[in-house]
Design a protein around this ligand. Structure first.
Ligand SMILES: NC(=O)c1ccc[n+]([C@@H]2O[C@H](COP(=O)([O-])OP(=O)(O)OC[C@H]3O[C@@H](n4cnc5c(N)ncnc54)[C@H](O)[C@@H]3O)[C@@H](O)[C@H]2O)c1
Length: 342
């Protein structure tokens, strides 16, 4: 019997490199679409995996033939990218994802799942617990583009096209495409390298977190859940017990660094704080499985073994800037498509 096919955009990214092997293990055929800005070899070779290098701003409609579902990860993936590449963030994160969802529906795909972000809630006083019915208050280009994508894509849901939006907490944990520009990952790497852990005062600010393997599980969960439970719905993806305060989080990370790390407070008290309810996804039977302690420990182990390291391509903005700079330099020196070697 033919295996069902999922088309995953952004498959070569931080989440994609953890999600795709999981999907293959679980019996899916995967079409992994990406520009592969971080390299193609981060995804394994596999008989059920087809890697396609295309830009989501101009995806070929033919890619969607016989696709059961789409997991639409491709995006410029944080606030600094939204500030530095504003037009591109709107084009890729908003318009391209809305087009991808429409192409999927027109081609007869049954399901579509998009990762949005809890950052669309903006910031709220610590006594307020934000849920899916809370009024969004996106403060950055990245968050605004996510909200606009949600707004265009959710109405595409219908009896024959199951659409689910997952608003993710901030991710942490190790991935073949490593990101040290995420809060816990960056704290861990910095503290491991310098034995110092800078924290913004006063440490009482709240943030929700989710491990990258649990994010991959949530995406597959949304793809396979009872359609009546998830169609046309927004689900916060995370866990109530992973709403953490920055002070205790920093102390926990410091305690897991071999030899310890000293907390250094800086700045004025950070008014940005948000606590999120994950009751809706929990009521559907989804639970996270990986603790912050486990996530930090695996990053420390990766750093100690040199499997993980901070490099330009582990800081998303640095990498895209470097690629743009090299494009200019190469253009200036190449002749007839060559530099030194013919
Ligand atoms: N990591 C988090 O904390 C987090 C939280 C909430 C939501 N998300 C969302 O999850 C998705 C994936 O995030 P990630 O952490 O894996 O980011 P990432 O930057 O590691 O991966 C994004 C991938 O998309 C690809 N890509 C970018 N523009 C493209 C284009 N125009 N055409 C084709 N491919 C393109 C990149 O090459 C990269 O492989 C994003 O939509 C992000 O906004 C992530």
């Amino acid at each position: 019997m033919n295996k069902p096919t999922l088309l995953v955009t952004g498959a070569g990214g931080y989440i994609g490199c953890v999600l795709v092997p999981r999907l293959l293990d679980n019996g899916w055929r995967v079409i992994a679409v990406d520009r592969y800005f971080f390299g193609q070899d981060l995804l394994p070779e596999h008989p059920d995996l087809e890697k396609v290098r295309q830009d989501t701003r101009s995806l070929s409609p033919g890619l969607f033939a016989d696709v059961h579902g789409v997991i639409d990860l491709a995006a410029l993936s944080n606030d600094p990218m939204g500030d530095a590449f504003t037009d591109e963030t709107w084009a890729i994160n908003h318009r391209a994802r809305a087009r991808t969802a429409r192409l999927a529906r027109e081609a007869g795909a049954a399901r579509y799942v998009i990762p949005s972000s809890c950052s669309i809630y903006g910031f709220a006083p610590p006594t307020t617990i934000l849920d899916e019915a809370s009024t969004p208050n996106p403060l950055t280009v990245y968050a605004k583009a996510n909200l606009a994508a949600e707004g265009d894509i959710l109405p595409l849901a219908g009896a024959d096209f199951v659409v689910t939006i997952l608003r993710f907490a901030t991710l942490f944990g190790a991935s073949p495409r490593m990101r040290f520009d995420l809060a816990i990952n960056g704290m861990t790497e910095g503290a491991w390298r310098t034995r110092r852990l800078p924290l913004m005062r006063d440490g009482n600010q709240w943030r929700p977190m989710i491990h990258v393997r649990d994010a991959a599980r949530a995406l597959e969960f949304a793809m396979t859940a009872d359609p009546h439970a998830v169609n046309g719905r927004i689900l916060n993806a995370g866990s109530d017990d992973l709403n953490v305060q920055i002070g205790p989080l920093g102390r926990e990370v410091a305690s897991l660094i071999p030899g310890g790390a000293e907390i250094e407070w800086y700045g004025d008290p950070d008014a940005r704080s948000y606590r999120v309810s994950f009751a809706r996804i929990a009521a559907l039977g989804y639970r996270t499985t990986v603790s912050i302690t486990e996530g930090v420990a695996e990053i420390v182990a990766g750093l100690e073994s040199k499997r993980l390291a901070r490099r330009a391509d582990t800081i998303t903005l640095d990498w895209y800037r470097a690629l743009e700079e090299w494009k200019t330099r190469i253009h200036q020196v190449e002749l007839e498509g060559a530099i030194l070697k013919a």
